[in-house]
Ligand binder design. Structure first.
Ligand code: MTE
Ligand code: MO
Length: 323
């Protein structure tokens, strides 16, 4: 049988988001070797039954009119074994291997900054704030692959309204947990921890922006960002911070982990845009995870196909400059 390569992009052209990280790890080779030894050691902990107490709990959901239809869902297996979660390693299989240990209870999300309600929310309270919806969204990674995932959550706007942000709050920053005791690769992967992401207030308030607690009807698997993460379907996947512990309302555009790492490659907006190439590879098309490698790559859609709903957020903006 003839195995064909994807015909439009030589695989050598696609390097991962971790290219920088791996180069740096190479420099600190001793540290990397240490982490690998630690990693191997932790594989055994996957079978620890206490690690799976929360991930997998059934969640009640209502259907949402904001669900994407007409797409084949990516399998649970692919969604949970092909991940980016650099706190747990830079290979796609690392988060499934090492995130099982993450303790997701007790867990709180604190609200800081320019807001009336500077509160700390217990995760189980947050989960019950408003009814959970199932929302199928495409997720397009900046590395030119995509998945279709039935997320569970509610519009972030519901949460933000209850925080009562001040008029001076123009952006929202999201900070992930940064606990090197639980996250074995924080020491060797040189992103600027804690993982930080941000949205402009109108993007954060947009109904499509989902505060996400589950997928496939169950509480989030750890490798997908348990116990709470963001999903911003019209932006590259890295905007969707995982395992969030802090939400900060600010006046200025916040720094973000990827923007700190390589500002020419990862902009603040990072709207999915087939017309703006990543400096090292095209964004014209994508590989759907789970589909055969020889299959024709799909054309990437402007705003990941959500343009009808979100394009008006950017009227008058040059999206090549504001990539
Ligand atoms: N805290 C944290 N959040 C993160 C990341 C990460 O490394 N750390 N990776 C991002 C990237 S690059 C992508 S594509 C998505 C992947 O989500 P998934 O593994 O659930 O598909 O999570 C994003 N959120
Ligand atoms: Mo990504």
């Amino acid at each position: 049988m003839l195995i064909r390569k994807p015909n439009d992009i030589p695989s050598s052209e696609i390097t991962s988001q971790s290219a920088y990280l791996n180069r740096r790890n190479f420099i600190s080779g001793a540290a990397a070797a240490g982490a690998m030894a630690l990693g191997a050691d932790r594989v055994g902990q996957l079978v620890d039954p206490t690690s799976k107490v929360y991930a997998g709990t059934k969640l009640e959901t209502v259907t949402s009119p904001l669900s994407t239809t007409g797409e084949t869902l990516t399998t649970l297996k692919d969604i949970t074994s092909y991940n980016n979660f650099y706190e747990f390693g830079s290979d796609k299989g690392d988060p499934a291997r090492y995130a099982g240990k993450l303790q997701t209870r007790p867990w709180t999300v604190s609200v800081e900054g320019l807001v009336k309600n500077k509160k700390t929310f217990d995760i189980d309270m947050l989960l019950k704030l408003v009814p959970l919806e199932e929302r199928v969204y495409r997720l397009r990674c900046v590395e030119a692959w995509s998945m279709v995932i039935p997320w569970v959550g509610y519009s972030l706007s519901e949460f933000i309204k209850r925080c009562e942000p001040l008029g001076s709050a123009k952006y929202v920053q999201f900070l992930s947990l940064a606990d090197p005791k639980q996250m074995p690769y924080m020491k060797t992967v040189s992103l600027n921890w804690p993982y930080s992401e941000g949205l402009r207030m109108d993007e954060a308030m947009h109904p499509l922006t989902l505060l996400t607690f589950g997928l496939y009807g169950e509480a989030l698997p750890n490798q997908d960002g348990a116990p709470v993460r963001l999903i911003v379907p019209w932006k590259y996947g890295f905007k969707s911070a995982k395992s969030i512990v802090k939400i900060r309302f600010v006046a200025e555009q916040p720094h973000t982990a990827w923007n700190d790492m390589a500002p020419r490659e990862y902009g603040f907006y990072s709207n999915v845009n087939p017309d703006v190439d990543h400096p090292r590879w095209t964004q014209r098309n994508e590989r759907r995870i789970g589909e055969a490698f020889y299959k024709q790559r799909r054309a990437t859609l402007m705003f990941n196909g959500y343009g009808d709903q979100v394009a008006q957020l950017y009227t008058g903006m040059d999206l090549k400059k504001n990539f």
